[in-house]
Design a protein around this ligand. Structure first.
Ligand SMILES: Nc1ncnc2c1ncn2[C@@H]1O[C@H](COP(=O)(O)OP(=O)(O)OP(=O)(O)O)[C@@H](O)[C@H]1O
Ligand SMILES: [Mg+2]
Length: 634
């Protein structure tokens, strides 16, 4: 197999999209000791992606070598692999980039007069010459995937690819606040991040709304250190995205550690909210395996449970401290170092001991102001029970409902002229069944029909064959799903202009995402306009949809969208439709009036597929007359 083909295949692991190249190039610049790093992109990195640093540069030989596979200056023997302190160690990144783009490298070391210029095309050196250059390195890659059309076609829209680039940029920028970072896109500056403290960097990147809402986390033990910032409970957002873990300065994804943080916040924030965190865990490199995935974003801890317990108690500790002394920065608490969970192997006994320890107890005592009072919660429960059993209007409504249902069922036998709607046959209504099974399902409803809503969640509707029990939420999801789908397939939804347009300020990453979704949102009836950097004005919402908290809707939409993002089986539009459908649907537990129930039922049966929700659950269950009669047969 020719070298360049082998390189292209190997490159696929490391460089999947422009953002992967951004990550690799930024990390190389960090490893080179740069104090200033500039990232320039054109067309979301598809036509140009360039990183310029003022780091230590490369000698002429190194410059030529660096594009060879497994050329790394960072480790020289197997022991080094267990002591990795640099971001890179495989010697794969530049070789991969050279295999899938045209690359221009300019580099100069501070102690040499001239620098080196190298041009590479399809893994081959096309040109090499000495040049005058500033100290440091500049690597420009042009026309990414020009020689791998299948990959190039696989790239998403510029807005979507830009979003990935911003994500990677932010991850590196957060990990190194002592480095100046800039990002320009098509000649326009998107980020200019001055050197500063971690706190300043967080505010620069994630938004000034956090400036007074950050709590310091700082705990040290012999096993590991954890430091960084977490958001105060009131700053928690419905949107995911401001959660960052770095292990030895490397951004990692870890649902397991995320869970540890969420656990520490329990009772302080609503269960559908996410607190900000930017947490750094430093530990002996021998205790982590970073070599589990080519992008190094997944790691394995030697002992995951210790890290979990440690993260959780450090967060609880920080939250407890802040509730008492909100404005001070705190000293380390020596008690955490003595926690068995931290110093000894983790067992269930140890876990019990940990919860008995002072630090946990202090946490709960000091925290009373922030957790919902248990007494309040129990009275809430009482109230709910009352609502269900003692509430008078509920009882009368119930009786009326049953009467009219029985009336309807009786009428069905005699009144063949009842104004009823006919619907296509119910799935499965065939085979050697009793005659009534062949009948098409017909709803027996008219203007006088009284619907009965059970537990504010289910609606009973009489039919020619018995009755159906409709799940109001799933039914409404089906209706909205079809309506939104139609609106993205040419029948754009009418927009209702808002009388009081709402402004929405997002993090830069979310703003890029919303920018990407804007055209589709427009077809769905949402008129969202850019309004300066990272801000938007919501000018209008879909006309048929109940007006509400538009700001929340958009925030939830972004959150939901990111949630669905990992799901590759759905297209972008499908994800949008599903998010909106879920958000706008009438939830179980919502009391509905007669009119609302009637139009819900009618709309459901006007759908092309009324019997199933988009998620594949039945929207209603049919109870057939034969079956009902059998239940009572003697
Ligand atoms: N910006 C830079 N400044 C100085 N030297 C660099 C720079 N970028 C790359 N190098 C040199 O080129 C070598 C190869 O880089 P490459 O990114 O391919 O591998 P790596 O960083 O060692 O490992 P990894 O594949 O894990 O990133 C590096 O080891 C380093 O010596
Ligand atoms: Mg590297």
């Amino acid at each position: 197999m020719p070298d360049n083909i082998a390189n292209q295949i190997a490159a696929g692991e490391v460089i999947q999209r422009p953002a992967s190249a951004v990550k690799e190039l930024l990390e190389n610049a960090v490893d080179a000791g740069a104090t200033e790093i500039k990232l320039l992109v054109n067309d979301a990195g598809k036509s140009l992606l360039q990183v310029i640093d003022n780091g230590k540069g490369m000698s002429e030989t190194d410059a030529r070598m660096c594009f060879e596979r497994h050329a790394t200056s960072k480790i020289s023997n197997i022991e080094d692999l267990f002591r990795i302190r640099t971001m890179g160690f495989r010697g794969e990144a530049l070789a991969s980039i050279a295999a899938v783009a045209q690359v221009e490298l300019k580099t100069k070391k501070a102690d040499t007069e001239t620098g080196t210029y190298i041009e590479i095309d399809n893994s081959l050196v096309k040109k090499q010459e000495p040049i005058a250059a500033a100290n440091g390195t500049s690597i420009a890659m042009k026309n990414l995937f020009f020689n791998v059309p299948a990959r190039r076609n696989f790239l998403k829209s510029n807005a979507a690819e830009m979003r990935h680039i911003v994500d990677e940029f932010i991850r590196v920028a957060l990990a190194f606040p002592e480095i100046l970072f800039t990002l320009s896109s098509n000649g326009q500056q998107v980020f200019y991040l001055e050197k500063g403290s971690l706190k300043q960097r967080i505010v620069q990147v994630l938004g000034s709304q956090y400036s007074s809402k950050l709590v310091t986390v700082q705990e040290k033990t012999d096993y590991l250190n954890i430091y960084g910032f977490i958001g105060k409970p009131e700053a928690a957002k419905k949107t995911r995205g401001d959660q960052y873990f770095f292990v030895n300065s490397r951004f990692i994804r870890s649902p397991y550690l995320h869970h540890a943080v969420m656990n520490a916040y329990q009772e302080m924030i609503p269960s559908d909210s996410f607190p900000l965190y930017v947490l750094f865990i430093d530990l002996d490199p021998a205790q982590v395996d970073i070599n589990v995935h080519p992008t190094k974003q997944e790691i394995k801890f030697e002992d995951e449970k210790i890290v979990y317990a440690f993260v959780q108690s450090a967060i609880k500790h920080a939250l407890a401290q802040f509730s008492v002394t909100p404005t001070l920065e705190f000293d380390l608490d020596p008690t955490i170092q003595q926690l068995d969970a931290v110093t000894k192997p983790f067992t269930h006994d140890k876990q019990a001991a940990a919860t008995e320890s002072d630090i946990y107890k202090n946490f709960t005592q000091q925290h009373q102001a922030h957790v919902a009072n248990p007494a309040e919660r129990s009275s809430l429960q009482n109230w709910k029970i009352k609502d269900g059993s003692d509430n008078e209007s509920f009882t009368t409504q119930k009786e009326e409902g049953f009467e009219s249902l029985l009336d309807q069922l009786k009428k069905e036998e005699v009144d063949t002229n009842a104004s009823s709607i006919q619907y296509p046959p119910f799935a499965g209504a065939s085979g050697g069944r009793p005659a009534s099974q062949y009948q098409r399902i017909e709803l027996l409803i008219n203007d006088q029909t009284q619907f009965l809503q059970l537990h504010n969640s289910f609606i009973i509707v009489p039919t020619n064959r018995g009755f159906i029990l409709v799940n109001q939420q799933l039914a409404h999801e089906r209706i909205l799903y079809e309506r939104f789908s139609a609106s993205l397939n040419g029948k754009a939804m009418a927009t209702q202009r808002s009388l009081f347009p709402v402004t929405l300020t997002l993090s830069t990453a979310d703003a890029v995402l919303l920018g990407d979704l804007k055209p589709d949102l427009h077809d769905l009836g949402y008129e969202v306009e850019s309004f300066g950097k990272d801000s938007f004005v919501i000018q209008g919402t879909p006309a048929d949809i109940e007006q509400g908290n538009e700001k929340n809707t958009i925030e939830n939409l972004l959150e939901q969208f990111k949630h669905f993002s990992s799901d590759l089986k759905f297209s972008k539009r499908e994800k949008l439709i599903r998010s909106l459908t879920w958000q706008h649907s009438v939830k179980a537990g919502t009391s509905l009036g007669q009119k609302e129930m009637k139009s819900l039922i009618e709309d459901l049966f006007n759908c092309t597929q009324p019997n199933m929700s988009a998620s594949g659950n039945p929207t209603y269950i049919e109870f057939k007359k034969d079956y009902l009669e059998k239940l009572f047969s003697r």
